[in-house]
Ligand binder design. Structure first.
Ligand SMILES: [Zn+2]
Length: 129
């Protein structure tokens, strides 16, 4: 009771920088050319050990999307978001996919990503075009 079921990933993966809960396999990375408020963000096909927040409409660089924030099950910190729906046809490929903010996670080699000081658009996102 009250014990969380946490999936353990094998191989090369990204994990929560606060509690080291495994979040995504590097093999499931679809794109590394996304951006968030804190710099780089990666698009993943699958993510584990997260809970989702409320659905909301968010306007990003590439248009309006319906997204939910995703939180680490281990410590509850916000680690990224999931695209529930894209309103632009060209952005449909993102539906059902996940963004991990690179700043919030540890890389496969245990590395931290230092937040970029460049100006970032709030709630940003980008295309891999
Ligand atoms: Zn965590």
């Amino acid at each position: 009771m009250g014990r969380l079921f946490v999936i353990t990933l094998e191989g090369s993966f990204y994990s929560c920088k606060h509690c080291r809960t495994h979040l995504a396999l590097s093999d499931d990375t679809l794109s590394k050319s996304f951006h968030c408020r804190h710099g780089k963000a990666y698009l993943f096909d699958k993510i584990v050990n997260v809970t989702v927040g409320e659905k909301e409409e968010r306007t990003m660089i590439t248009g309006l999307h319906t997204v939910v924030d995703i939180f680490c099950v281990g410590c509850g910190s916000l680690v990224g978001w999931k695209y529930e729906a894209a309103h632009e046809k060209s952005q449909k490929y993102k539906e059902g996919k996940f963004i991990l903010e690179r700043f919030k996670v540890l890389g496969p080699d245990g590395s931290y990503y230092v937040s970029s000081q460049e100006a970032q658009v709030v709630g940003s996102d980008a295309d891999d075009a």
